[in-house]
Design a protein around this ligand. Structure first.
Ligand code: ADP
Ligand code: MG
Ligand code: MG
Length: 883
């Protein structure tokens, strides 16, 4: 089969559709070449070779070597230079490129093909001796670092010494002779470190670099990144070999990166950075401070250095045209790398640009309004999980803030936590429950785990496209980058800003939307849910079939849920209402009472409070369904712990403390999750459910009489395993409801149903539906009972299970479709067979997980219920599932 795909010079063996085979970079290089954009010629070695590389002893087989030679010949023919030709050498870059861009992969090697002979040819043909030797030393440094594993610090040190010896500060102060001498020194460093010479044969260099790209697929860094991002290990990477173009050939040469729209706000304005007389990674590496692409951005930032629009107006004009072509062609915002060689523009990369949630939303809505994409596409383009960033609080603009530093607004949102200065500490402290802000001079792929653990990221160096900025936006972490006034002392574990010192553990706040860094904690405010957010949500609502409800029991949560668009309550957990400081005494008295009479006396005191709770919820949820779950947890969860608490119950009940203690001991269970809980409480102590039911109906009747829309209570019985259990409790509920209707002379509509959270209930759903008017799948317990895994104890092994691929994802986060999902599917079918109009929903944690929501859509449930903050996520995910 074919492993090498050419591009450039009028040829494109692949295209944008070949990302799996060619990786993102390779597929888009071929695509750009095919639509006539200026792309230096090259070829891509496919991801299939990556697999073969590992299968065949980590080497490149001979047949593929031949194909690669053909690829080199293609480049030679287009460029008119020969690889290894001492008079006029072709130089290439070797670039990795997986399906998705992936930190942890081998860094690019530029200027490959240089040696002591070809460097002379490069000097002669370019007419620039200094450029040739500068390119050569860059090549040795990059190649030795990424291919041969020599610590790059050694080269930097040698460069510093060279500058010191000459008494200069800048790289640009070194001349051809200085670079030539450094090349000699660099080669010595390689020999000293490795005991072998730097490879001089361009072909050896090429095989080394290609092998290193494939080899980096299994590097620890790459593996960590794949694990954090759910990227399968068998995808493999492609390798791109491409003719070099030079941005370091003087004042009419440059290199840069750009976005076709602002990746932070989504605004329709080109955004980018560039450097004159520089090569490749200089822009992102933070060696020199990059300049703005557009004049408007430069003026806004108050920067002096000329923008590309001003310094190179003609090429800038061409670039702007390329932006338009690419956006129209890809119908999405693009993230672009380009180089200008002596006034000629070359495109080196394009991909759909990573963006903040805010930008994703704005770009999607704008593009739909511009007619570039449809509304359906707009809805599909926004990652529901990313909405989370928009729903969470931002800093209160009115709150006082002590700004101690300012950097770039690299990734929006507010973050507050203790400053830490290395990734390992960030991870350790976060595991211990601390909120941390990771502070670094700049970040690299080795810091990913710490960035993940941190609330936010602060760097002293680096632009909007630096590693920290790009990764933070992808992760949804607020980030301030390039805070210039900051000096970080890793050894002392502190940073200095002017005369001020911030030590490890001191609390700081970041505003990733303004770039401000503040001392201490700054209060936050709720986001506004209008504008682009409102527009996209309205489109999504029109496209979805599933209803979205919320899990909520406090009035505050119910209000939040409604603001976020909940269409009812799918789970109101009544036990949460029992922990209130005033009520807990009565709850304890009820539990510890030795007989029914004692329990009833205590329940009578609880009734008015429960009634008020429900009335408040019904008012907020006027006209919408409210599913109320009767008491579920084991009673001992409410028991007193301290001496004083026992004494209080003794006083209130008139019972002796010893009696109460003995009763408390009676209630202890060895496996409470499978013990005396759920409807088993209602069967054994019917008076508890009777009181709750009475409170529900008295409240409902009262609120219905207030003139607003009548509430629709759905009384839900937990942990049912058999039809008989539900029949007994349903009779009790109906009796109580009728009693209330008779007493008040008013009647309201209501439903009685059950949770399906035990495998037996799912299996016997057909007969349970004789009694149940609705099923609500309690997927937390259903997952525990189906897998035989206790959620509270799963932490010890679940991570390893996911690592080993036993579970694709944590089954408590995303429904185990094959197991738990099978039970849900079956219960839904059997329930519907008995009662076609039965209402079906889910109320576990999974109700806010997009993949689980897609599953619920596929089984045809009526609604999903999620925590209030996840309601918008669920609305969008439900629309995507329906499309
Ligand atoms: P990454 O995925 O880390 O961005 P790239 O392969 O895109 O790595 O390359 C890193 C840098 O080198 C980029 O700035 C890119 O534009 C530049 N570069 C890559 N290949 C060439 C080339 N053939 N000529 C000039 N610059 C190149
Ligand atoms: Mg790189
Ligand atoms: Mg790149």
């Amino acid at each position: 089969s074919q492993y090498v795909y050419r591009f450039g010079g009028g040829v494109s063996d692949g295209g944008a559709g070949d990302k799996n085979l060619l990786g993102g970079k390779g597929a888009n290089l071929a695509e750009m070449a095919s639509i006539g954009l200026p792309v230096p010629p090259g070829f891509t070695i496919s991801t299939e070779m990556c697999d073969r590389y590992y299968r065949e002893g980590e080497r490149i087989p001979d047949d593929v070597r031949d194909e690669i030679a053909g690829g080199i010949a293609h480049i030679e023919a287009v460029v008119g230079k020969r690889f290894g030709d001492p008079a006029d050498p072709l130089l290439v870059s070797v670039r990795s490129g997986a399906r998705v861009s992936m930190p942890g992969m081998m860094d690019t090697v530029l200027n490959l093909g240089l040696n002591d002979e070809t460097v002379a040819g490069l000097a002669a043909t370019s007419g620039d001796e200094r450029f040739a030797w500068d390119s050569y030393r860059r090549f040795i440094q990059m190649y030795a670092d990424v291919v041969m594993g020599v610590d790059h610090g050694l080269f930097e040190e040698a460069l510093e010494i060279a500058k010191e010896d000459k008494g200069v500060h800048l790289d640009t102060d070194l001349d051809a002779e200085d670079w030539r001498r450094l090349v000699g020194r660099y080669k010595e460093i390689v020999a000293e470190e490795l005991g072998r010479d730097f490879p001089t044969d361009p072909h050896d260099q090429l095989w080394g670099a290609i092998g290193a790209v494939f080899g980096s697929w299994q590097s620890e860094r790459a593996k960590v990144y794949r694990r954090l991002n759910d990227i399968p290990g068998d995808w493999g990477t492609a390798v791109n070999v491409q003719a070099m173009v030079f941005g370091n050939l003087g004042e009419t040469s440059a290199t840069g990166v750009a976005f076709t729209r602002d990746p932070s706000t989504g605004e329709r304005a080109y955004y980018g950075e560039y450097l004159i007389n520089a090569q490749g990674e200089d822009v992102v590496a933070g060696i020199r401070t990059p300049q703005y692409l557009t004049r408007a951005a430069r003026e806004k930032a108050g920067a002096k250095a000329a923008s590309m629009e001003e310094a190179l107006p003609e090429v800038y004009g061409q670039l702007a045209q390329v932006f338009e072509t690419l956006e129209r062609h890809y119908r999405d915002m693009q993230d672009i790398e380009f180089t200008v060689e002596r006034g000629k523009l070359w495109m080196l990369q394009t991909r759909s640009g990573k963006r903040t949630a805010k930008a994703a939303l704005k770009v999607a809505v704008d593009m739909a309004n511009e007619g570039l994409i449809t509304r359906e596409e707009a809805v599909l383009r926004v990652d529901p999980a990313a909405l989370d960033q928009l729903l969470h609080p931002t800093l209160d603009p009115a709150a006082p803030r002590e700004v101690i530093a300012k950097g770039l607004h690299a990734s929006p949102g507010a973050a507050c936590g203790k400053a830490v200065f290395d990734a390992d500490t960030a991870e350790k402290w976060a595991e211990g429950g601390e909120k941390v802000i990771l502070v670094r001079v700049e970040t690299s792929p080795e810091d990913i785990h710490g960035m993940h653990a941190a609330q936010g990221i602060l760097t002293a160096r680096g632009g909007m496209t630096s590693h920290a900025a790009v990764v933070a936006r992808g992760m949804g972490r607020p980030c301030v980058s390039g805070a210039g006034g900051l000096s970080i002392d890793y050894r002392a574990g502190l940073m200095r800003i002017g005369a001020r010192e911030v030590k490890q553990g001191d609390v700081i706040t970041l505003d990733g939307s303004t770039g401000e860094v503040m001392l201490g904690e700054v209060p936050t405010v709720q986001p506004e849910l209008v504008g682009d957010f409102g527009a996209l949500m309205a489109w999504a609502d029109a496209m979805r079939r599933l209803s979205i409800r919320a899990n909520a029991e406090t009035p505050a949560d119910c209000r939040t849920a409604r603001e976020f668009g909940a269409e009812g309550i799918g789970l109101c957990r009544t036990e949460h209402m029992f922990f209130d400081a005033e009520r807990i005494a009565n709850v304890r008295q009820m539990i510890l009472a030795p007989d029914e009479a004692g329990r009833r006396a205590a329940l009578d005191k609880l009734l008015p409070a429960q009634r008020d709770d429900f009335a408040e919820i019904f008012r907020i949820m006027a006209g919408l369904p409210v599913t109320i779950r009767l008491l579920d947890p084991p009673l001992h969860e409410f028991l007193p712990h301290q001496e004083e608490e026992f004494a209080e119950v003794a006083r209130a009940s008139g019972l002796a403390v010893e009696t109460l203690r003995a009763r408390a001991q009676d209630l202890a269970e060895s496996n409470p999750m499978l013990g005396h809980r759920g409807c088993r409480l209602g069967i054994t102590y019917p008076e508890i459910y009777e009181m709750q039911t009475r409170a529900i109906f008295e409240a409902a009747v009262a609120v219905a009489g207030e003139g607003g829309e009548a509430p629709i209570p759905e009384v839900m019985v937990p942990l049912v395993a058999t039809k008989a259990e539900l029949a007994i409790i349903k009779a009790l509920i109906e009796r109580t409801a009728e009693a209330v209707f008779a007493e008040t002379g008013k009647r309201i509509d209501y439903l009685v149903g059950t949770m399906i959270e035990l495998p037996r209930a799912a299996l016997r759903a057909g007969e349970i539906a004789d009694e149940a008017e609705f099923f609500s799948f309690g997927t937390n317990d259903l997952t525990q009972t189906t897998l035989g895994v206790s959620r509270d104890d799963a932490g010890r092994f679940l991570g390893i299970y996911v690592d080993k691929g036993i579970f694709a994802r944590d089954p408590f986060v995303s429904i185990d479709v094959e197991g738990v999902g099978e039970l849900i599917r079956l219960a839904a079918e059997r329930g519907r067979a008995t009662r076609p109009a039965i209402k079906l929903g889910i109320c576990g944690e999974h109700g806010g997980d997009p993949a689980s929501i897609a599953f619920c859509e596929s089984v045809g449930l009526d609604y999903v219920s999620a925590s209030p903050y996840r309601v918008p996520i669920a609305r969008l995910a439900a629309a995507q599932a329906a499309l």
